[in-house]
Design a protein around this ligand. Structure first.
Ligand SMILES: [Fe+2]
Ligand SMILES: [Fe+2]
Length: 121
């Protein structure tokens, strides 16, 4: 695993996710944004989950369940009509933004602290 003084990949990937979520507000909505968000979120979750499994992280199950709820939201979102309109785009974007912010500041931070204390970063 990559060794750094900080978990740079985690911060960088969260930033990309926030940017993609922000782009949902753009009119007209580009359906590719939703697909890119889903693929990138999956890439990010898998990486965090790999760390949790490899390091024997004690709160792994709770964290993976939280990711699964986000996965379900994204899957439902991809079923949505891309011509949903500005109001729904904004609501969706705000919902995902708030969820991600809470997740990043909460259980992702706990994971980061755990990874930082271990040898593998
Ligand atoms: Fe996470
Ligand atoms: Fe994360």
């Amino acid at each position: 695993m990559q060794k750094t003084s900080d978990i740079i990949w985690q911060d960088t990937q969260h930033q990309v996710l926030f940017e993609l979520i922000d782009q949902i507000k753009e009119v007209p909505l580009d359906p590719d944004i939703l697909v890119r968000l889903k693929l990138y979120a999956e890439h990010h979750f898998i990486l965090e989950e790999t760390y949790m499994v490899e390091l024997g992280y004690p709160d792994k199950d709770e964290h993976i369940e939280a990711h699964d709820r986000f996965r379900e939201e994204l899957a439902a979102m991809l079923e949505t009509d891309p011509t949903m309109g500005k109001f729904l785009q904004d609501s969706l974007s705000d919902f995902l933004y708030k969820w991600l912010k809470l997740h990043v500041l909460g259980i992702d931070k706990k994971l980061e602290d755990f990874v930082m204390k271990s040898d593998s970063k």
